[in-house]
Design a protein around this ligand. Structure first.
Ligand SMILES: Nc1ncnc2c1ncn2[C@@H]1O[C@H](COP(=O)(O)OP(=O)(O)OP(=O)(O)O)[C@@H](O)[C@H]1O
Length: 272
């Protein structure tokens, strides 16, 4: 198995004592799979991602990649976060080149330039290559971040709400862009995606991991999707499987909200 998370627990030392963010998390991911993690705010999605990225050490349990325990960040894992994390003083081109230059070994400067050119073209940013991050839109920034992640050719992409800050139309474009890059790469990159967006999770994923609420959150259920690829958004929404999965996810995620609302209304005077 490519990625294995076994009995993962992550706790934080806080002024009030030990805080268990996630526990008993077990997940196996095959190479080339796209897996989304969804759940309410604070259920430990980013914590799990950070453990896979090697930025957090498990309190208990293990995270292994190809059987080797994760000990820290590495060039085999590319990270795309919501805040783009572009260097503001570098142009679009330089932001990607700098990452490729640092991560890709055994290639000449010319070959590295070719890689950068290829990915800038793939995300349609050729016309904006000399601009600084502050001179381009949010969608374009996220495109740069994704092109950069693919250009360094990691085995796995860890995406923490990558499109969370984008408007719905740009978000739709970016989801297609992501699948396009994944397809062009022979679907060989494993993608772990944290999202709050049920439709996004269904459109992109092979499996969707639904978390329980925190603290001490764990996996509640894993939904397997059998929607055909390549996926067409308009076509899949009319498929019975899409509707079934969407309803299942909604009911898993909305349960608590309904209870909260009922509590909220208790004792609230009803106006005549
Ligand atoms: N360094 C830390 N110290 C203490 N508690 C932390 C730390 N990092 C995260 N937590 C807590 O762990 C829990 C899980 O946080 P995490 O960021 O993983 O949740 P999330 O599901 O990604 O949330 P969101 O959807 O809001 O981004 C939260 O209660 C958070 O406050």
């Amino acid at each position: 198995m490519y990625l294995e998370i076994n009995n993962l627990e992550i706790s934080f030392a806080t002024p009030k004592g030990k805080f268990v963010a996630v526990r008993n998390v077990d997940l196996q991911v095959k190479k080339g799979e796209i897996v989304s993690i969804i759940g309410h705010s604070g259920c430990g999605k980013s914590t799990i991602m950070n453990a896979v990225a090697g930025m957090l050490t498990p309190t208990k349990g293990t995270v292994t990649i190809n059987g080797v325990p994760v000990k820290g960040p590495g060039p085999d894992r590319g990270i795309v976060f919501q805040n783009y994390s572009l260097l503001p003083w570098l142009t679009v081109y330089q932001n990607i080149f700098q990452a490729v230059d640092a991560a890709v070994k055994n290639k000449t400067r010319e070959e590295k330039k070719e890689i950068v050119e290829k990915y800038i073209k793939m995300v349609n940013l050729s016309a904006h290559r000399e601009k600084l991050p502050q001179q381009i839109s949010g969608g374009m920034k996220q495109r740069v971040a994704i092109a950069r992640a693919f250009a360094i050719n990691p085995d796995m992409l860890l995406m923490d709400e990558p499109f969370g800050a984008l408007d719905a139309l740009t978000k739709g474009d970016m989801q297609l862009e992501l699948l396009k890059l994944w397809n062009l790469d022979n679907r060989s990159k494993t993608i772990i995606l944290v999202t709050h967006d049920i439709e996004e999770a269904i459109f992109l994923s092979d499996r969707i991991v639904v978390m329980t609420d925190g603290p001490a959150a764990t996996i509640r259920e894993i939904e397997e999707l059998h929607l055909p690829r390549p996926r067409n958004k308009k076509a899949i929404i009319s498929m019975p499987e899409y509707k079934l999965i969407r309803e299942r996810l909604l009911s898993l995620l909305m349960d608590k909200v309904e209870v909260d609302e009922a509590d909220f209304y208790k004792g609230v005077p009803v106006e005549a």
